[in-house]
Write a protein that binds this ligand. Structure first.
Ligand code: NI
Length: 172
């Protein structure tokens, strides 16, 4: 396993639409292992492959990592098959947009299909944090960042704040 560098906005690669995985092989499983390690190293709860520069429809999540317990989940070629009309607002952040948090409205409940690490088809019904995270990470597969859901004004404020934080980091 290896920690891979995480791309940060406005890196144009984050706007790429990721390609479906044709075969769940050793290379894909290695990428997933690396993504999980990278996610934990960055204190994140989710990561899409494009965030480590791989335009593949793969994401990893761990929304249960409390009290030192780890429960990483991998989703390959995930598709939302149903979304509730009911919406929910949750505060989101992103490892590719460090130090920026804002409220995003999304469907409250979703159903999804995906392949697991063994290449087996799985279905899932999600609400709460899992629904938020899955939709956030699946957006990455389409080249969409959570700030793209904000108003133009809020987005430009967020990007300015990010640039400032990056400059400070480079300086210090
Ligand atoms: Ni993100």
């Amino acid at each position: 396993m290896a920690i891979r560098p995480i791309l940060t906005a406005p890196d144009p690669r984050l706007k790429a639409v990721s390609e479906p995985v044709a075969k769940v092989d050793g290379e894909v499983r290695t990428l997933i292992e690396d993504m999980i390690e990278t996610m934990y190293d960055a204190d994140g709860i989710g990561l899409a492959a494009i965030q480590v520069g791989q335009p593949k429809r793969i994401l990893v999540l761990d929304i249960d990592q409390r009290d030192g317990k780890k429960n990483p989940q991998a989703f390959i070629n995930p598709v939302i098959t149903w979304a509730s009309e009911e919406m929910a607002v949750a505060e989101e952040g992103c490892l590719s947009i460090p130090e920026i948090w804002d409220e995003v409205e999304r469907p409250a409940r979703i159903k999804a299909e995906y392949l697991d690490r063994d290449g087996k088809k799985q279905t899932l019904e999600a609400d709460g944090l899992l629904a938020t995270c899955l939709q956030h990470e699946m957006d990455h597969l389409e080249g969409i960042l959570f700030v793209d859901h904000l108003s133009k004004l809020k987005r430009s404020m967020a990007m300015k704040k990010l640039q400032k934080a990056k400059k400070l980091k480079a300086a210090g």
